[in-house]
Design a protein around this ligand. Structure first.
Ligand code: ZN
Ligand code: ZN
Length: 338
């Protein structure tokens, strides 16, 4: 089969590779759409903390089940599915606690094991979420990144009385703003990149702030009547942002870090203590997040199609990936159709 293989940093190649094996408990899925993620661009750049080369990348997936070797699964060949791209062990302490998204031996498709920028992928059948047959595959490919956003909003316990500041207006941040809005919160989004701010305000109607502006603090105080946001979600994966995010948080607030960076997180202890703040990490997502996102799409609470700025066929996948990578954030979400 054809697969887009990242041979080494900056070396993408369309290759002929063997069809994946389908062990007992697994299913073989024919891909129909793969959305490209910031972490795929990190891998391309050689900045991924965990990825080993060569690797078939791609973990935001929609496809049709071709073969299933799991008698217990309700999914059947021919079903349209979203794939939870995180393989957990089911045995470790995190898995036993129902926190399998932070399994100690978690394997992510397209990072630790082969991903879905290929004609087929083989995954544990328990990771399939059946979708309505008439759901657009491109929209379905966005269920994974939206679930990462939904997960961080759930981690932060966002509710209707909250004022939520989301730092970073990329796909994960914008998704976090959307699920906070759906939870009934009053939401603002902030990004230093004017292109990203314009997208959040023009396409999604958010008040988009510039955290590097001199009057940023003044703006937060005016919005919150001097209380500051009750929840701050930092999706930037940027140390400079992470280290100061606590300053934007109100008393008794929740601070959630969903973006990942490789440096030390340095939070001022007086700032942390005086607020009696609660700080959360948010890692990937769980099946319940996927189910919630699907429900939000089906009930029209969220419109993921507005995030898709670019599409390309699989035959042009390498060229499209390289163009989107070089766009400097102008491509908000690109989707490869197979
Ligand atoms: Zn992703
Ligand atoms: Zn585990």
């Amino acid at each position: 089969m054809k697969a887009l293989v990242l041979q080494a940093p900056y070396q993408l190649e369309m290759c002929d590779v063997a069809e994946p094996e389908v062990p007992e408990g697994y299913a073989k899925v024919k891909l129909s759409a793969v959305s490209i993620c910031g972490s795929d661009y990190h891998a391309y750049r050689g900045n991924s903390l965990l990825l080993t080369y060569p690797r078939i990348i791609g973990h935001e997936l929609c496809g049709i089940v071709e073969e299933i070797k799991d008698g217990k699964s309700s999914v059947r060949p021919g079903d349209k599915v979203s794939i939870l791209p995180y393989i957990s062990c089911g045995k470790c302490h995190a898995c036993r606690k129902g926190r399998e998204n932070c399994c100690t031996s978690l394997k992510v498709l397209g990072v630790h094991v082969e991903g879905g920028l290929a004609e087929h992928v083989s995954v544990p059948a328990s990771l399939l979420l059946k979708l309505p047959d008439d759901m657009d595959s491109k929209i379905a490919a966005l269920i994974e990144p939206l679930s990462v956003s939904a997960h961080c909003v759930r981690r932060g316990n966002v509710g209707k009385d909250d004022r939520v500041l989301v730092l970073g207006a990329g796909p994960i941040g914008l998704g976090a703003a959307e699920f906070s809005r759906i939870a009934g919160a009053d939401v603002r989004i902030a990004d230093v990149n004017p292109v990203r701010r314009a997208f959040a305000s023009d396409v999604f109607g958010y008040i988009a702030l510039d955290p590097s502006a001199d009057d940023f603090d003044q703006t937060l105080r005016a919005w919150t009547h001097e209380e500051y946001p009750s929840i701050v979600i930092d999706s930037t994966g940027n140390k400079k942002s992470n280290d100061v995010a606590i300053n934007y948080l109100g008393a008794a607030g929740n601070l959630v870090f969903v973006g990942l960076q490789s440096d030390i997180l340095a939070i001022s202890d007086p700032a942390f203590h005086v607020r009696e703040a609660t700080v959360f990490a948010s890692r990937v997502a769980q099946m319940r997040d996927f189910e919630y996102v699907l429900e939000c799409i089906e009930t029209g609470k969220i419109h993921p199609e507005k995030m898709i700025t670019n599409t390309a066929g699989f035959d042009r996948a390498k060229e499209a990936f390289e163009e989107w990578f070089a766009s400097g954030g102008a491509v908000f979400k690109g989707v490869i159709e197979l």
